[in-house]
Design a protein around this ligand. Structure first.
Ligand code: KG4
Ligand code: ZN
Length: 332
């Protein structure tokens, strides 16, 4: 079995998979959403403290399997340093106690493997990765080399939902809250935000201007804010998704994708899922979506990514493994 440990942000998660047939043996995640929601975002010091409570409790659950663990895969980059340290320290201690090797897993590569939880990886593939920390369009070639085709120059897609939700006092994380609220919009035409970089050929995302437009609309409401929250959420979500789609269309015209995948916590967004599914039909491209249950951060994708490195014997000892919070190194 391969043990996966994820603690790069505000979710503590542990998973066990069978390294031969990828069977899921155990998976559990303890989310800190409630604790951070009062602050409208993740507070690193609080996240670290909660990881040190949750991770040992999860480990205690899988004690009966300890003897069958052959390697420990842990997220070591990128992420919040204090959060990464929690999982990495626990992984190192366990690797010494059980005398098994460690496997360093890049969190974004983990998200990519959420497309292949029960199957062998299929490449080449194009990827949209949308989360709280990232907005990336990637091309993975037949040799597994990853090229960044587009990224955000400021806020990420998921982060912009979080910030707009915070401005309206709706809690954290904002993605699902905004998306849900948008469905009850009474006047879908009431707010119109301009789509960022529309008509601009640059393959780049930018959400800060849209976030500020939403801020101005929210501030202008005064006493009418309550009545207009759903209408603002609707206009914001439509515009953010239209921006993702504008650039994706340009990329699809350039790249001859035969297979495209959508991953990351924000890939749960239903408008995005629907629009990308139509785009793929238009371009006769196979689409694979991360399962809703495993879009957001989880240790199953880390165990799954770690299993590939295990097969390639890319293992480390406790002295060799370190964290790299700002890593830009993307390699399958
Ligand atoms: O991948 P993830 O769990 O954590 C990071 O690696 O960042 O992604 C969490 C992000 C949050 O910003 C959350 O608001 C966003 O994903 N998200 C969504 C939706 N569900 C979650 N964003 C837009 N629409 C959604 N339905
Ligand atoms: Zn993530």
């Amino acid at each position: 079995m391969i043990l996966g440990i994820e603690s790069s942000c505000d979710d503590s998660s542990v998973a066990l998979i069978n390294s031969k047939n990828l069977e899921l043996i155990y998976h559990k995640k303890i989310s800190q959403e409630l604790e951070h929601s009062v602050y409208g975002g993740v507070v690193p010091e609080l996240a670290a403290r909660l990881h040190t409570q949750a991770l040992p409790a999860l480990l205690n659950d899988i004690k009966p399997y300890f003897k069958q663990i052959k390697a420990i895969a842990v997220t070591n980059e990128p992420g919040l340093s204090v959060s990464l340290i929690s999982g990495v320290s626990m992984a190192k201690s366990l690797s010494i106690a059980l005398d098994v090797p460690l496997i360093a897993v890049n969190h974004l590569v983990g998200h990519i493997y959420s497309l292949f939880l029960n199957s062998e990886i299929s490449i080449p593939i194009g990827i949209l990765l949308v989360s709280g920390g990232h907005t990336l369009v990637l091309n993975i070639d037949k040799d597994g080399c990853i090229e960044i085709l587009a990224q955000t120059s400021d806020d990420s897609f998921g982060e912009s939902f979080d910030k707009v939700a915070k401005m309206m006092g709706l809690g954290y994380p904002g993605g699902a809250i905004i998306s849900h609220l948008a469905q009850s919009a009474s006047d879908k035409e009431k707010f119109k935000f301009s789509i960022p970089l529309r008509g601009d050929k640059r393959l780049e995302y930018s959400f800060s201007g849209l976030k500020n437009a939403a801020r101005l609309a929210i501030e202008a409401q005064g006493e009418n804010l309550q009545a207009n929250k759903a209408n603002i959420a609707y206009a914001f979500e439509q515009t953010a998704c239209a921006h993702i789609m504008d650039k994706l269309k340009l990329i699809f015209k350039e790249q001859n994708f035969k297979h495209f995948g959508v991953v990351g916590g924000a890939s749960a967004n239903p408008i995005l899922r629907r629009n990308i599914s139509e785009l793929c039909k238009d371009f006769d491209c196979k689409l694979t979506l991360a399962p809703l249950e495993f879009c957001s951060d989880n240790a199953l994708m880390i165990a799954r990514a770690g299993r590939e490195k295990f097969l390639r014997k890319e293992t480390l000892n406790h002295k060799e493994l370190d964290i790299s919070p700002k890593s830009r190194n993307l390699k399958l």
